[in-house]
Design a protein around this ligand. Structure first.
Ligand code: HEC
Length: 122
């Protein structure tokens, strides 16, 4: 009886813990995010994250300057993930900030967000 309960408790614990560790894995890896940034974001946000990429000249407003402390103070982690996933319009920013949910995985979005924070936001 004890043994059977112990086994079900262990299974239950595994089921409960699994999603927690999965979400821990989903936290961003800035190294992996570098390639995502270069492929998908740099054209607008620029090599140094200042919003001065090749495509930025034609945009108004300009892409976010990740080095702008005042502006970035309002871009919490949740807002950043939402902006990348659903696009600028979903967070009250320009619709020229495209949604990436069709082109990037949730993990890649976490990774690129971590890369931006680590590299450009100071
Ligand atoms: C076509 C050009 C373009 C591309 C490509 C692009 N962005 Fe943007 N991004 C913008 C523009 C424009 C804004 C909005 C600036 C504003 O509204 O002031 C913006 C804003 C943002 C913001 C701030 C959102 C907020 O809350 O104000 C984040 C974060 C961001 N981009 C991340 C990314 C990431 C990560 C990628 C690559 C996966 C990317 N962007 C690709 C143009 C682009």
């Amino acid at each position: 009886m004890f043994c059977k309960n112990f086994v079900s408790a262990a299974i239950l614990a595994a089921v409960l813990i699994a999603p927690l560790s999965a979400s821990a894995d989903a936290s961003g890896n800035p190294k992996a995010g570098k390639a995502v940034y270069e492929n998908s974001c740099q054209i607008c946000h620029g090599a140094t994250g200042r919003g001065d990429g090749a495509a930025a000249a034609a945009l108004n407003p300009k892409p976010m300057n990740f080095g702008d402390k005042v502006k970035m103070a309002k871009v919490t982690e949740a807002v950043m993930i939402k902006a990348i996933t659903e696009g600028g319009a979903a967070v009250g920013a320009s619709p020229n900030m495209a949604p990436f949910k069709e082109t990037l995985s949730a993990q890649q979005i976490q990774d690129v967000a971590a890369y931006i924070r680590k590299t450009f936001v100071h």
